[in-house]
Design a protein around this ligand. Structure first.
Ligand SMILES: [Zn+2]
Length: 405
């Protein structure tokens, strides 16, 4: 991490800077890493008393600034400068073969994308805020991103990629803003990983021509939810067949799992329709009642061999909400916590640093035997981190490895 932050160009006049950009980024990252807004305060106290502190030992921070100094510097760092870090860690995971288990199809990684809002206020705002006018001319200021994460149905950890800001242009509908963000997201993901094959997975708002064309333009496969209500023409087309290719099995509880598919069907009734491969999963309980139906469209040719795996892939989309967004918002990462909002980039930079801390925790869970052992001995993740936080307030460790020891 230290080298990543040092690589970011510093546009400030060096003679006037007391705190290096590296120290500032690393201090903010450390707060997110330990999920502790008072980290700087306690480490400053350790430094005053013992002339040593854990921010220096664990994160290589030379000078600890105040919260205000940290905010001022962070506000001016362009957010895109943090993007290469996601790529570097992805490459490290790939080189050490940790991504092989994530292949959803041979050599294909599934990247699920979804929009999320991480700031909303009627008073706190900055240059980067999206504004929305309500009745009585009241304004709401918000920040939203399109977030992507690599995931697999059998893997608990999700691997985030660099998000894309959802911007609003005057007179543009919300859906078009998300589409524009998706296009930039796809182009950036492709540029970051030119040789990697991706399957882009998204919700029902994405199963339309512009989004499918954008995905194909980025040389990626797609797997998008296709709700029958949004695709009446497709549903009618399918109903013209007496039978669709189907495979089915009954589990030990007597429930049936029914998979159907049809390749090369028109997504809509346009003159030049976009042709897609459709598939569906139905759950029939032991009394013969269908209680769940999910359907998708994809460019992957569907058959009896891949329909179950593709269904599992499509159904694990919830992980981006549960494992990623909910963890960031609820499990102590203080994503919307009052670190301040800034005038330019602070809010988004804080989101990215929080995401990077989450990324680190995912990497530990996935690759680090000592961390896994710590986690096991403390039972819950929350309990483990409570102990880490308490320890570094009182004792000075040589490095992260010693803290885990
Ligand atoms: Zn803002």
């Amino acid at each position: 991490m230290a080298t990543c932050f040092s690589d970011i160009p510093d546009s400030r006049q060096q003679g006037k800077c007391i705190y290096s950009q590296h120290d500032v980024l690393m201090s903010a990252f450390a707060c997110m890493f330990f999920q502790d807004p008072s980290l700087l305060h306690f480490q400053t106290r350790l430094e005053q008393k013992h002339q040593r502190n854990n921010l220096r030992n664990i994160f290589k921070v030379d000078n600890i600034g105040s919260n205000n100094q940290l905010r001022d510097v962070l506000d001016k760092i362009p957010s895109e400068a943090l993007s290469p870090i996601f790529k570097d860690f992805h490459e490290k995971l790939r080189r050490h073969k940790h991504l092989e288990d994530y292949a959803i199809l041979p050599n294909v990684l599934m990247c699920t994308i979804d929009g999320t809002q991480y700031h909303s206020s009627t008073s706190v705002h900055c240059d980067g805020c999206v504004t929305k006018e309500h009745q009585l001319s009241e304004l709401t200021y918000s920040h939203g991103v399109l977030q992507g994460a690599i995931m697999h149905p059998d893997k608990k950890q999700v691997i985030p990629v660099m998000p894309e800001v959802i911007r609003n242009k005057d007179g543009t509908k919300k859906q078009d803003c998300e589409l524009d963000a998706s296009k930039r997201f796809i182009a950036n993901l492709r540029a970051a990983h030119p040789r990697q094959k991706f399957l882009l997975c998204g919700d029902g708002l994405m199963s339309n021509r512009p989004m499918i064309e954008a995905t194909c333009a980025g040389d990626m496969h797609y797997l998008f939810v296709a709700k029958p209500g949004n695709h009446k023409y497709l549903v009618e087309w399918l109903s013209a067949y007496d039978v669709l290719p189907t495979t089915e099995f009954t589990d030990i509880k007597g429930n049936s799992h029914i998979y159907s598919w049809k390749n090369d069907v028109p997504l809509n009734g346009n003159e030049k329709p976009i042709m897609v491969n459709w598939f569906q999963y139905q759950f029939k309980n032991s009394s013969g009642k269908i209680t769940k139906t999910h359907s998708w469209v994809t460019d992957i040719e569907m058959n009896k061999t891949n329909v179950i795996a593709m269904t599992k892939a499509g159904r694990c989309r919830w992980k981006i909400e549960n494992e990623c967004f909910n963890t960031l918002k609820n499990q102590g990462y203080h994503l919307e916590h009052n670190y301040g909002h800034g005038d330019k980039n602070l809010s988004y930079n804080m989101y990215i640093l929080t995401l990077l801390a989450f990324y680190f925790h995912q990497i530990f869970e996935l690759t680090d035997g000592v961390y896994q052992a710590c986690r096991l001995s403390f039972g819950s993740k929350a309990h483990l981190w409570e102990n880490f936080r308490a320890s570094i307030r009182m004792i000075i460790v040589e490095d992260w490895a010693q803290l885990m020891d």
